[in-house]
Design a protein around this ligand. Structure first.
Ligand SMILES: NC(=O)c1ccc[n+]([C@@H]2O[C@H](COP(=O)([O-])OP(=O)(O)OC[C@H]3O[C@@H](n4cnc5c(N)ncnc54)[C@H](O)[C@@H]3O)[C@@H](O)[C@H]2O)c1
Length: 320
């Protein structure tokens, strides 16, 4: 493994019990024993780093997003084709339980025609990563739609269709970050409506500020069956509850004066909030899917309706 920062390198070595480390990616790829590289470097570096790895004869798994501009996308595709090596973008939404279940339903034909998908990646408080030691990081002012893959994977990772047309709207405020960032980005939140190459539609909401419940979610609408993810535990966070923006500690010197601050509502007697573990699959969930599938099909046949809709609760992890 490798990181430019010695402290992070040491941390990675300890976590992964890895004896060998390199001071940079550039040094790591000189090792002939290395066959493939996972790039978890800043997003604006992904294409440059991928090209370096491919040129050194290494297969590449890249963190998202694959690239930041259309020109970079073309450069990336060309280099991968020319290299004959394997390249993959590692989008985590493809392996969420929700996506795995939706993929299975799609493959079984359960949706009928899957004509619309809604997906959201809400991450209020992401600003806490905009500065480190008073310096701007690559995330400072990053346009939300430069990071759409957590959402787009909810459809593309299931059906393989392509997004061919888009209308997108952004929202911002008077925050100094939106007036001065490397990307010239004026928006905190961006919401897009896509048309796919099969004539279907998808709404994507990548939002980084506002009174919103964080997380990655999707809803699938078919002409025979729809598939929703339930909202958070009703006892801890009812969907109708008033939510305010979480308080985040951001280097005061790096930010303009704060206009307001607030805290997440604390459920009575509980922790401040809960965080969904997108990777957890429990035996109870599997059993629930089976029972819900059975009961929903029974319900639809009893009602004589071709529609069956059900929700799948996700396990929650307390926020440490
Ligand atoms: N769910 C997800 O899919 C998910 C979640 C978080 C982050 N990410 C992605 O993971 C990547 C890393 O995110 P992060 O928050 O850890 O970023 P970060 O900026 O905190 O860390 C990037 C690291 O890369 C190192 N680095 C940069 N250039 C290097 C080089 N030439 N050689 C060796 N090391 C180098 C830096 O020293 C730094 O420690 C990003 O692309 C981000 O988009 C994906």
């Amino acid at each position: 493994m490798s990181d430019l920062r010695a402290d992070r390198r040491a941390g990675l070595q300890k976590t992964y019990r890895c004896a060998k480390a390199y001071p940079s990616l550039e040094e790591l790829i000189k090792d002939p024993k290395v066959e493939a590289v996972f790039l978890a470097t800043p997003a604006p570096e992904h294409v440059r780093h991928t090209l370096l790895c491919l040129a050194a004869g290494k297969h590449v798994l890249s963190a998202v997003p694959a690239a930041m501009t259309l020109e970079e996308c073309a450069q990336l595709v060309g280099a991968v084709k020319q290299s004959g090596l394997t390249y993959m973008m590692g989008e985590t939404s493809c392996w969420q339980q929700l996506t795995i279940s939706a993929r299975k339903f799609y493959q079984e034909g359960a949706f009928g025609r899957l004509f619309h998908v809604e997906s959201e990646y809400h991450h209020p408080g992401l600003e806490s990563l905009y500065f480190e030691n008073g310096q701007r990081t690559w995330r400072h002012g990053l346009p939300p739609m430069h990071y759409p893959t957590h959402c787009t994977a909810h459809l593309l990772g299931i059906t393989g269709e392509r997004l061919v047309e888009v209308s997108c709207h952004g929202w911002g405020d008077d925050d100094p970050i939106l007036k001065d960032n490397a990307y010239k980005n004026p928006f905190w939140n961006e919401t897009a409506l896509f048309r796919t190459n099969r004539g279907n539609s998808m709404r994507v909401a990548v939002w980084w500020r506002g009174a919103q419940k964080g997380g990655e979610r999707a809803r699938y609408y078919g002409d025979r069956m729809s598939f929703y993810q339930a909202t958070l535990r009703a006892s801890a966070a009812p969907s109708s509850s008033v939510r305010r923006r979480p308080r985040r500690k951001i280097a005061a010197a790096s930010r303009g004066p704060r206009k307001w601050s607030s805290v997440m509502p604390r459920p009575r007697g509980g922790r401040p909030t809960s965080y969904r573990n997108p990777f957890a699959t429990t035996a109870a969930m599997k059993a629930l899917i089976v029972s819900l599938r059975t009961s929903s099909s029974i319900a639809s046949s009893r009602l004589g309706s071709p529609w069956s809709t059900f929700t799948l609760p996700w396990p929650t992890l307390p926020l440490a």
